[in-house]
Design a binder for this molecule. Structure first.
Ligand SMILES: [Zn+2]
Ligand SMILES: [Zn+2]
Length: 371
């Protein structure tokens, strides 16, 4: 076995050669045959894992990680980690793999840039979204244990997985956020809100390791949960579903859009950490009355990065989820993720659906007449 962390001899050179060529089989065979250390590096501090990440080759990255490659290796001459390189490759799955393998989500390179900033710079919105929305599950599980003088944990363990998934959701449309509280988190909204607030504060108080984007997102989610809680007080005698009440408030034409805009502006203003960049940027954009974008798209861009021109996708009319594949079966003019989203939207879509249908019938009749 080669001594740790030096690129020695022909075998080391071959490892880099095979990684550069994306030749998985040759790479695998040389490493296994000679029992090579996979954390070798060249004169620039490039490791095989960094090189594979830069190539966006998931299978090779997975293999190197299985062989014990250091996912947070910082030997690079400009301070780039494997995640920096994955972000530059544009391959979101490789970013996800590295994060799941313990990569620090926001290390700084020698010019003070994080991986998600690098991805944003070159326009890889998918990589930005994956990195910015990532949080290790252990951060949630922390609250399922007792600390200090506590006699019971702040969070029953049944909520750990659903809450982790809830935090990692990429779509921050308030309707989707509220729907994702079902079926488990809805059982104890005040507790979920409290944990989100604690996590928001914790993310901001890590000194150099602070993650302001995640901190803001946790604040945002806790505020949406607070709005859903308000809806459960509105008609307690009717036993109506607070999520449904909240969603209907948003979906009403015009009034709903105003409500969302107002709500999100309030959420931004109430963010407790006013010194950070993300807060200042959002406040500046929102204050610019003339060409200020809707508050929801501003928050979406702050968390998920700016979309490229090429990824213009069909979104769900109810919750803004991407790749909504179901169409309204009557008019075929609107998309939804599923039946639930279509059901929730029907009370507003009903009217336009009939209108769409009449237009469609007129068009067809006209074309028949012409022929
Ligand atoms: Zn939907
Ligand atoms: Zn329709």
């Amino acid at each position: 076995m080669a001594p740790a962390n030096v690129c020695t001899g022909e075998e080391g050179k071959l490892v880099f050669y095979y990684v550069a060529k994306n030749d998985f089989l040759s790479l695998k065979s040389i490493i296994l045959q000679h029992n090579l250390n996979v954390d070798i590096y060249d004169e620039h501090g490039m490791t095989p894992l960094k090189s594979a990440a830069y190539n966006g080759h998931k299978e090779i990255c997975q293999f190197l990680l299985d062989q014990g490659a250091d996912v947070n290796c910082k030997n690079h001459e400009h301070g780039y980690t494997a995640l920096h390189f994955a972000a530059l490759s544009g391959n979101a799955e490789v970013c996800q793999l590295l994060l799941d393998s313990g990569a620090n989500s926001h290390p700084l390179n020698s010019v003070g840039r994080t991986p998600s900033q690098m991805a944003a710079f070159v326009g890889f919105h998918n990589c930005v979204a994956v990195i910015n929305n990532y949080i290790p599950k252990s951060e949630v599980e922390y609250y399922t244990l007792t600390h200090g003088l506590e006699t019971e944990p702040k969070l029953p363990s049944v909520y750990a997985s659903p809450l982790h998934k809830f935090i990692m959701q990429v779509n921050v449309h308030p309707v989707r956020v509220a729907l994702n509280l079902q079926p488990t988190l809805i059982e104890d909204l005040p507790r979920i809100k409290k944990i989100l607030e604690l996590m928001c504060e914790k993310e901001m108080k890590r000194g150099a390791e602070s993650n302001e984007v995640m901190s803001f997102k946790l604040h945002y989610l806790s505020c949406i949960v607070a709005e859903v809680i308000k809806c459960s007080f509105r008609s307690p005698e009717k036993q109506s579903d607070p999520v449904e009440l909240f969603v209907r408030k948003i979906l009403v034409r015009k009034r709903g859009e105003e409500y969302i805009d107002f709500l999100i502006r309030d959420i931004v203003r109430e963010f407790p950490f006013r010194e950070c960049t993300i807060f200042r940027q959002m406040v500046t954009s929102l204050a610019n009355q003339k060409d200020s974008p809707p508050a929801l798209s501003l928050v979406t861009v702050a968390i998920n990065g700016q979309r490229g021109f090429s990824d213009d996708v069909k979104t769900c009319a109810t919750c803004g989820e991407e790749k909504a594949s179901k169409k309204c079966s009557k008019c075929k003019q609107v998309q939804y993720c599923d039946r639930e989203c279509q059901r929730l939207h029907w009370f507003v879509h009903k009217k336009e659906c009939n209108r769409n249908n009449e237009e469609l019938i007129n068009k067809m009749e006209n074309s028949v007449k012409i022929n």
